[in-house]
Design a protein around this ligand. Structure first.
Ligand SMILES: *Cc1c(COP(=O)(O)O)cnc(C)c1O
Length: 395
C-alpha cells in the first residue's frame, strides 16, 4: 500500500539532494573543521557555505547564524540568553499557543526560577490581539516570545509589529520560526527580531540540527558551553553532516519558495474545499486568510480523532489529531483549547500538513477516502456528544 504523508509539520522527508550532499561527510570527508590541518580545514569551507545558505534563507548575515542541535535547543538558548543578559528584568511575554519547546520552558522558569510569564491569549481564529500584546509588554519584560507560525493551525502572527512593541520597552524579541522557515519568505534584516529559532527536519533537512539567529549587536549568553565552536556561542564538535544538510535544505527552500507557496497552497486549498463540501459540519480551525500554505486543521465534530487517524492509517494516510490519547485519558490540544474550540470539536480535529513532495493525486485520494471514514465513525458511535463528554471529562 502506498503512503500518503500529510504530517509534514511533525517532520519532513530528507530531500534527496540533501542526503547526497551529506553523504561524503560521513565517509571520506570526516575531518573536524576546527583542526589546523587541511583535511579538516577543507571541511570548514563547507560549513561556511552552509551558514551562508541558512543566512540567505532568513535575509540575515552568516555571522548571525549559530548552529545548534535543533529547534528546541535554539528556543532554550534564546530565552535563557535573553534572561541572562537582562538580569534586572523578571518577566517573559509569550503566547498560550507556543510549541512545548517554549511553553514548558516558560512554565519551568515560572515554577523554579522566579520569573513571571505574562501569557497572550488568542481568539477563536487563533489570532493575537495587538492591544493585549502592547499592554502585557512592560519595562520589566526581558523577552517577548511569539512563534512566527503555529504548528497546529498554521496561523501566522504579525512578528514585526510585535517586535516593534517589544523594542519600545527595550525587551528582546524571540520568535520560534521552526514552522515558518522555508515556507514563507523572510527578510530579518528589515525587522526588529533579535532571536529566531529554526530546525532542519521541518524543511527537508536532517533531524538533530537547527540554528539560532542572533541579530548583530544582541548581547548573547551561550547555553551549551564548551569549546570555541560557533564563535564561542555554542560549544561542541561541529555536526558537519547535519550542518551541510541544513545548508542544502536552506538552498533548496530559498530557490523554490515563491513557486511552492503557490503550488502547495493550491493543493491545501483543494483539500480544504473538498473536505468541507463532502463532510457535514466540518470546520476549519485557524484564520483562513492568515495561515502557512501547507497546513489545514479541520474539525469533524463528534468523532474521535484517534479513531480517524487509525482508519486513515489503514488507508496509508498519515496526519495528526487534536488530542493525544494516553493511558485512557484524552489530552486535548492546548492550541485548540486556547482558541475556545468546543471539546467535541477538539477531539475530532485533524491536522493535514503538506510539503513540496505532496502530489495532486494524493490530495484527490484523501478527498475520496475521508468522507467514508467520518461517516462510518459517526454511524458506528451511538454516543456522539455524550460519549465524548463522559470519556474525556476534561475540566
Ligand atoms: C518541531 C518544532 C520545534 C522543535 O524542533 P526540534 O528540532 O524537533 O527540537 C519547535 N517549535 C516548533 C513550532 C516546532 O514545530
Amino acid at each position: 500500500m502506498k503512503t500518503v504523508y500529510l504530517d509534514n509539520n511533525a517532520t519532513t522527508m530528507v530531500a534527496p539532494e540533501v542526503f547526497d550532499a551529506m553523504a561524503p561527510f560521513f565517509s571520506e570527508r570526516y575531518g573536524n573543521p576546527s583542526s589546523m590541518h587541511s583535511f579538516g580545514g577543507n571541511v570548514a569551507r563547507d560549513v561556511a557555505r552552509a551558514r551562508e545558505h541558512v543566512a540567505a534563507l532568513l535575509g540575515a548575515a552568516p555571522q548571525e547564524i549559530v548552529f545548534t542541535s535543533g529547534g528546541t535547543e535554539s528556543d532554550s538558548t534564546a530565552i535563557l540568553s535573553a534572561l541572562a543578559t537582562m538580569p534586572h528584568r523578571k518577566e517573559i511575554v509569550a503566547t498560550r499557543v507556543e510549541h512545548p519547546a517554549i511553553l514548558n520552558l516558560c512554565k519551568h522558569l515560572a515554577r523554579f526560577k522566579g520569573y513571571t510569564v505574562r501569557w497572550l491569549s488568542v481568539d477563536k481564529d487563533g489570532m493575537l490581539d495587538m492591544d493585549e500584546v502592547r499592554s502585557k509588554i512592560t519595562d520589566q519584560t526581558a523577552v517577548v516570545s511569539v512563534m512566527w507560525a503555529n504548528n497546529e493551525t498554521g496561523v501566522i502572527f504579525p512578528i514585526q509589529r510585535i517586535a516593534e512593541a517589544a523594542a519600545e520597552h527595550g525587551a528582546l524579541m524571540h520568535t520560534d520560526a521552526v514552522q515558518a522557515v522555508g515556507k514563507i519568505p523572510m527578510d530579518l534584516a528589515s525587522t526588529d527580531v533579535s532571536l529566531l529559532a529554526l530546525s532542519g527536519h521541518k524543511f527537508h533537512g536532517p533531524k538533530g540540527i537547527g540554528a539560532l539567529y542572533v541579530r548583530k549587536g544582541t548581547r548573547f549568553s551561550p547555553f551549551v558551553i564548551g569549546g570555541h565552536q560557533e564563535a564561542d556561542r555554542r560549544g561542541g564538535t561541529t555536526n558537519v553532516p547535519g550542518v551541510v544538510g541544513i545548508g542544502e535544505a536552506a538552498r533548496l527552500a530559498l530557490a523554490a519558495i515563491h513557486d511552492e507557496y503557490q503550488r502547495v497552497g493550491a493543493m491545501r486549498d483543494r483539500l480544504q474545499e473538498g473536505l468541507l463540501q463532502t463532510i457535514p459540519s466540518a470546520r476549519v480551525n485557524g484564520k483562513i486568510g492568515s495561515r502557512l500554505p501547507n497546513t489545514l486543521n479541520i474539525a469533524f465534530e463528534f468523532v474521535e480523532g484517534e479513531a480517524i487517524l487509525m482508519r486513515m492509517d489503514d488507508k496509508g494516510i498519515c496526519a495528526s489529531s487534536g488530542s493525544a490519547c494516553t493511558s485512557g485519558s484524552l489530552e486535548p490540544s492546548h492550541v485548540l483549547r486556547a482558541m475556545g474550540v468546543p471539546f467535541t470539536a477538539v477531539h475530532g480535529s485533524i491536522r493535514f500538513s503538506l510539503s513540496r513532495y505532496t502530489t495532486d493525486d494524493e490530495i484527490s485520494y484523501v478527498i475520496a477516502e475521508l468522507p467514508g471514514i467520518i461517516e462510518f465513525l459517526r454511524e458506528l458511535s451511538p454516543f456522539g456528544k455524550e460519549f465524548l463528554d463522559a470519556a474525556c471529562r476534561v475540566q
